[in-house]
Design a protein around this ligand. Structure first.
Ligand SMILES: *Cc1c(COP(=O)(O)O)cnc(C)c1O
Length: 399
């Protein structure tokens, strides 16, 4: 049978067709009124998409570039910082902070789980200058409770909260200003449905003040320089112009999801991810498979443990060989143990049901055990149907 190449990975994610067209036809030079119009619109739309009054900046880099910027711009060598880590992306915060000479404290949770708030509270000493965390840990499929973590931090007026929302933005509700998130970071290749190459973030007034005294070295990722440039509708260096054109189209798509209202569009995108994730979890359970992060599953992706007698490397290979579907293996020491199916951005009902129909065949082939075909698909359909009838009930009672 034919195989279409389809991404089910937690970044890069499937591309939005209108954004692809916008990128392919874009030729503007970056120091022109044409580009300035696109740039200005992207900045103001991103503010609404993130849901913040803070300054928003876009860097030509993958998401890690903004992670680095939020260490180099906010710390001085020797500063004590707290990293909350429960997976490979949490560990990336530790590596970046160490690279800039921070004295790194950690609050850890085992892979597949989230933090104990008491454990975090015990580590929040007045010397902590910054707290770094993920909204959703893409290596394990866990969602962290950013609202509760932000609340704990109110006890420490000098600690900035920096959230890697690279897979959290557009898949989970985050009240950035209300909760007091000082920096939140997103990446173009996740919920915004365009290729990798742009990192964006919102930066609070408290964080801008911190930058006045922060002494870590920085050059390309100098946020104050970028803010000054953005105030003149400029970028410091040559931006990835085509990606900006794609981003403008993607943000327009999100706005249209909300019938012209970006906030409603963002909610619709998040609800879509939540429903795809709920359908996937039901399908996985129907096959007797185990979630890797059962107590705190993210809507961004579903991580599933490889069943006994097989491994996720074989499962991912079969997904690809049989169906052209790219499903992510576990990272580093988790390789072989789990596979990850994403719901970030441009996924719909047919994608979700289709990958579950493929999963049934992949599990049958890898385990050699009898699988009741249609059981995962059916469980997912039931979740979808229940959601539809509840939504109808809500709109009837609202009338
Ligand atoms: C994708 C991702 C990143 C960024 O990785 P890049 O390869 O630099 O774009 C960071 N954090 C999380 C949670 C991610 O999912």
């Amino acid at each position: 049978m034919l195989k279409k190449n389809r991404l089910f990975t937690p970044g890069p994610t499937p591309l939005l067709p209108s954004a692809q067209v916008a990128m392919a036809s874009y030729t503007a030079h970056h120091r022109t009124t044409d580009f300035r119009a696109v740039f200005a619109r992207v900045l103001s739309d991103l503010k609404e998409f993130i849901g913040t009054q803070n300054d928003v900046l876009v860097l030509t880099a993958s998401g890690t570039g903004f992670m680095e910027a939020s260490v180099s711009n906010l710390t001085s060598p020797g500063d004590k910082v707290l990293v909350l880590t429960a997976g490979k992306f949490g560990e990336r915060w530790i590596s970046v902070a160490k690279a800039f000479g921070c004295s790194v404290e950690t609050a850890t949770a085992p892979y597949g789980s989230t933090f104990s708030l008491d454990d975090i509270r015990a580590r929040l000493t007045p010397e902590i200058r910054c707290v770094y965390v993920q909204a959703t840990e893409s290596s394990t499929g866990a969602r962290h409770d950013i609202a509760a973590i932000a609340k704990l931090l109110r006890a420490l007026p000098d600690a900035l909260l920096i959230v890697d929302g690279i897979t959290g933005l557009g898949t989970t509700h985050l009240d950035v200003d209300g909760w007091g998130i000082d920096v939140i970071i997103g990446g173009s290749q996740k919920a915004l449905m365009i290729p990798p190459g742009l990192a964006y973030g919102a930066v609070s007034e408290r964080a801008w003040r911190r930058m006045e005294s922060a002494k870590s070295p920085r050059y390309y990722f100098d946020l104050r320089k970028e803010r000054a440039a953005a105030a003149k509708v400029e970028t410091s260096y040559t931006p990835a112009t085509s990606l900006f054109a794609g981003l403008a189209a993607a943000l327009e798509y999100v706005r249209q999801l909300g019938n012209g209202d970006m906030v409603a569009g963002r909610r619709a995108l998040i609800d879509n991810a939540e429903l795809c994730a709920a359908m996937t979890r039901a399908g996985v359970a129907a096959l007797g498979l185990k979630l890797f992060a059962p107590s705190c599953p993210a809507a961004a992706l579903t991580a599933v443990g490889a069943p006994a007698g097989t491994d996720s490397t074989t499962i991912c290979k079969l997904f690809r060989d049989r169906f052209g579907a790219v499903v992510a293996n576990g990272q580093a020491e988790m390789k072989g143990q789990l596979f990850r199916m994403a719901h970030i951005g441009y996924y719909d009902y047919l994608d979700t049901v289709g990958v579950l129909a493929a999963l049934e065949l992949v599990i049958a082939e890898t385990t050699g055990k009898a699988v009741k075909f249609g059981s995962a698909v059916r469980a997912a359909q039931e979740v979808y149907a229940r959601n539809m009838s509840e939504a109808k009930g809500r709109s009837l009672s609202a009338k």
